[in-house]
Design a protein around this ligand. Structure first.
Ligand code: IPE
Ligand code: IPE
Ligand code: MG
Length: 231
């Protein structure tokens, strides 16, 4: 059973890799590599803490307009991550899910992402969700167009099932590192009642201990969902 103080779904806007590298006079891509290491450690910690869904914002639809060399560095990290980590993920009964329009990525990258999802264990007890070329607005427009094509009226539940996140519970906690206090087109529909946690820590420095701090704060929040406090 999920303890009430533990979020079922944590989503992270992994921001600050570029600034982390700049502070060290290193190329931005080195910052993204350090961010990937941090993300791997955080996913493990989230699982240990009883989180069942862990979403990471890896690349926004807007990020696709970054310089070609930075994008190539990010695509290389995707290739590296899935080559090195998939076996361990599957063996620990974790599944991978991809959200976003991966058809715009280099073909081999898209294939790696597609396969990682397809070959995931079906009875997984932890799911890591990668948001890649993801933006809430394109996701919502895509869902609207699907409903229109089908000639269907939607309600909140049927609309949710047309989103990339179909089958995934809404995030309980959205964390953003890197100091900016905004959502940058991330899970706008799904995060309607999420608790938000912002920290100035740059993503590569966001250690499992710092995740623990965010989870502890989450446990102290009073989620009322529009109701009146009962205790
Ligand atoms: C976030 O880090 C990761 C991606 C957007 C891929 P940034 O690259 O935005 O880092 P900053 O914000 O420039 O420090
Ligand atoms: C949000 O970070 C996207 C990811 C972390 C993948 P950005 O750095 O792209 O966001 P803005 O431009 O500061 O809003
Ligand atoms: Mg940024």
């Amino acid at each position: 059973m999920q303890d009430r103080g533990t979020p079922l779904h944590v989503a992270v806007i992994m921001d600050g890799n570029g600034r982390w590298a700049k502070k060290r006079l290193l190329p931005r891509t080195v910052g993204h590599g350090a961010g990937m290491k941090a993300m791997i450690a955080l996913a493990k910690r989230a699982k240990e803490r009883g989180v069942k869904y862990f979403t990471v914002y890896a690349l926004s639809s807007e990020n696709l307009s970054r310089p070609k060399d930075e994008l190539e560095g990010l695509f290389n990290l995707i290739r590296e991550y899935f080559t090195k980590n998939l076996k361990e993920l599957y063996e620990s009964n974790s599944a991978v899910k991809i959200i976003g329009d991966i058809s715009a990525l280099p073909q081999d990258c898209a294939a790696v992402l597609e396969d990682s999802q397809k070959n995931s264990p079906k009875d997984a007890d932890f799911t890591i969700i990668f948001a890649v070329n993801y933006g809430s607005r394109p996701e919502i427009i895509r869902a609207v167009n699907t409903a229109v094509e089908r000639g269907e009226k939607v309600d909140v539940n049927s609309f949710s099932s047309l989103l990339y996140t179909d089958g995934v519970p809404d995030p309980d906690l959205v964390i953003r590192t890197g100091g900016e206090v905004r959502l940058s087109n991330f899970l706008l529909w799904q995060a309607a009642y999420a608790e938000l946690y912002f920290t100035d820590v740059l993503f590569p420095d966001f250690t499992p201990k710092k995740l623990d701090k965010a989870l502890d704060e989450y446990a102290r929040r009073d989620r009322r969902f529009g109701k009146i406090k009962t205790i």
